[in-house]
Design a binder for this molecule. Sequence first.
Ligand code: FES
Length: 155
Amino acid sequence: MNFEEFEELKTHFSGEAADLIPVLQKIQGAQGYLSPESIRRVSRWLRISENEIYGVATFFAQFRFQKPGRHVIKVCLGTACHVRGGEQILDVLKRRLNIEPGAVTADGLYQLERVACLGCCALAPVVSIDGKIYGQTSVLKIQELLDGGLHHDQP
Ligand code: FES
């Protein structure tokens, strides 16, 4: 979010401390995370210290402080997916990408997430990549998809 966009955002709020959470939600909605620069701007504008903003924001699981990866891979570990091998799929992805869930690879390409349920349990195990659902998947299919550079064909 650049300076002009931030100035525009400010016009929708009164500039009270109570605006903090909705302002952070707007920023995250616009840029996918809360950058250090955006936290600094909010701090100056709402006259709340950066430490306090981080303290409040980290309390809510919805806020991210790291730039999202170009590809977001969500592995479902809800009950149905868990019993059908979701954990093994997550393990393979962790090893392959060399990151833990919640993190982004150093090249910024992949972001790995574990989720509780993607809402299509009948297709377990389920993985979502950039919002696209891959059902009845397997370690092998996921590896093939990664080998292919994630061009989003059904694995
Ligand atoms: S448990 Fe995985 S989609 Fe519901």
